[in-house]
Design a protein. Structure first.
Length: 451
């Protein structure tokens, strides 16, 4: 088999690249996907009457083209929600984000957090050009907010000292409130909706799997080959070994697999790239999904748990995104814990600890029946932004550029991003490969009207 463009991985980035290449007139393209369904980690699994995602996958639409495409793909199957996110610490629920919602915590904690924040305003700390995340947090939010939430929560998520992380990843994901918002949030209970995810969209039916299914539905028959994992890639000869297909030759290659996985499959690699591969760090998200025989609390979408006594960092009620994810009178729940990539984990022990933690947090009662249970881990959940990441990625991508290889998406580009951005990554890749000015394909409804 020989194709012009071979795309590794049938997640959102790969499907988007294939779709936009087709819109640019590139017909000879093939997407190979290891699983029996498209979507990758932006997919869903149904067990009994429950549908579970690979943790919370919510649509935040900010780009005009990305918004129009996704709304067209899921036309009639999207609901919009105002975020209902909480934090549980010191025995109290406070609204998210913590930095603007300390009311309800002990008075001494509130005073510590507000005073520390105001100090950053009136006596700002000087930061180096490329500060570590811990120093940045203290300078941005103050010692109180950093000690009570930013440090314990992020160390639980990233599983390493915050002084070893850079600030390259946080951008829109860690918003800074104004002094008035901090003071007001310490005195009153308010729903301070700021940040990139103040509202979100989610499919009414089918879980997040509906999105990759809809995108794949825009492709011609035969473009996507399922249950076809890549076994090896010869970058010099431009040949991939694909289970079930044998040798697949290509002119241009698009990788959307996690960068560490792709580098382990690819050869030959120069010494500099091999060294860079060893510098890539990541976390695995151990995601346990359960169904329980009573409805989810109506005022909560997800809850953050910064304290060490809880083995998870976040618990979410996906049945509050869509009631169709669980049978009537039941709740679909996802529980997330993070571990360093490659670390051995005893799932039975972790599961038992999670169940105990849910009971201690008051989310699970002794009388509750667990109607469904399924582990859906995300092997590369979060790319670690340490000091080694940027030079390692630069070395790898310099080599890829010389070979004409594209590596895109959250995992292929080895970055922290969200679903809309991943789809846009596929479009930009298609624009580069097709050459010439970028073209935005019209939604299907408009194309049909023109035919």
């Amino acid at each position: 088999m020989k194709v012009d463009v071979l795309i590794l991985g049938g997640g959102l980035a790969g499907l988007s690249a294939a779709y936009h290449l087709g819109a640019r007139g590139v017909r000879s393209r093939l997407v190979v996907e290891a699983k029996a369904r498209v979507g990758g980690t932006a997919g869903s699994v149904t067990t009994g009457e429950f549908t579970f995602d690979y943790t919370g996958h919510l649509l935040h639409l900010h780009d005009p083209y990305g918004r129009s495409l996704i709304l067209d793909l899921l036309k009639g199957n999207l609901a919009t929600h105002e975020r209902k996110a909480w934090i549980y610490s010191q025995g109290a629920f406070t609204r998210y984000p913590f930095q603007a919602n300390t009311r309800g915590l002990p008075a001494s904690t509130v005073a510590e957090c507000v005073a520390g924040f105001l100090e950053t305003v009136h006596r700002p700390r000087l930061l180096t050009r490329n500060p570590d995340f811990l120093s940045w947090s203290r300078a941005t939010f103050g010692d109180g907010i950093t000690r009570r939430f930013m440090r314990p929560y992020n160390e639980k998520l990233w599983r390493r000292p915050l002084s070893s992380l850079t600030t390259e990843w946080q951008g829109r994901f860690v918003p800074k409130p104004s002094p008035s918002e901090v003071v007001y949030g310490a005195l009153t209970d308010k729903n301070a909706l700021f940040g990139y995810n103040t509202s979100f969209r989610y499919p009414v039916r089918g879980g997040i799997q509906s999105l990759p299914d809809a995108l794949a539905g825009r492709l011609e028959a035969g473009v996507v080959r399922l249950e076809s994992p890549v076994v090896a890639v010869d970058l010099r000869e431009k040949v991939a070994q694909v289970k079930g297909l044998g040798e697949v030759g290509y002119e241009r290659l698009v990788n959307t697999l996690p960068l560490n996985v792709f580098l382990d499959l690819a050869s030959p690699l120069p010494a500099a790239v091999k060294r860079a591969r060893k510098d890539l760090r990541w976390n695995t998200v151990w995601n346990l999904n359960i169904g329980i025989d009573r409805p989810a609390p109506a005022d909560k979408h997800w809850i953050y748990y910064p304290e060490k006594r809880f083995p998870f960092y976040r618990v979410g009620y996906s049945s509050n995104f869509s009631p169709n994810l669980a049978p009537a009178g039941h709740a679909a729940v996802y529980i997330e814990a993070a571990r360093p990539g490659g670390a051995r984990v005893d799932r039975d022990k972790l599961e038992a600890a999670m169940i105990r933690g849910l009971r201690e947090a008051g989310l699970l009662r002794r009388s509750d029946e667990i109607s469904a249970k399924i582990w859906m881990p995300v092997p590369v959940g979060y790319v670690v932004y340490d000091r080694a990441r940027a030079p390692a990625v630069e070395a790898v991508f310099r080599h890829f550029k010389a070979l004409g290889v594209e590596s895109i998406g959250r995992y292929g580009a080895w970055k922290y991003s969200f679903m809309e951005e991943t789809i846009l990554d596929g479009k930009r890749c298609a624009d580069r490969l097709a050459g010439g000015p970028a073209v935005e394909p019209a939604p299907v409804s408009e194309r049909r009207a023109l035919q």
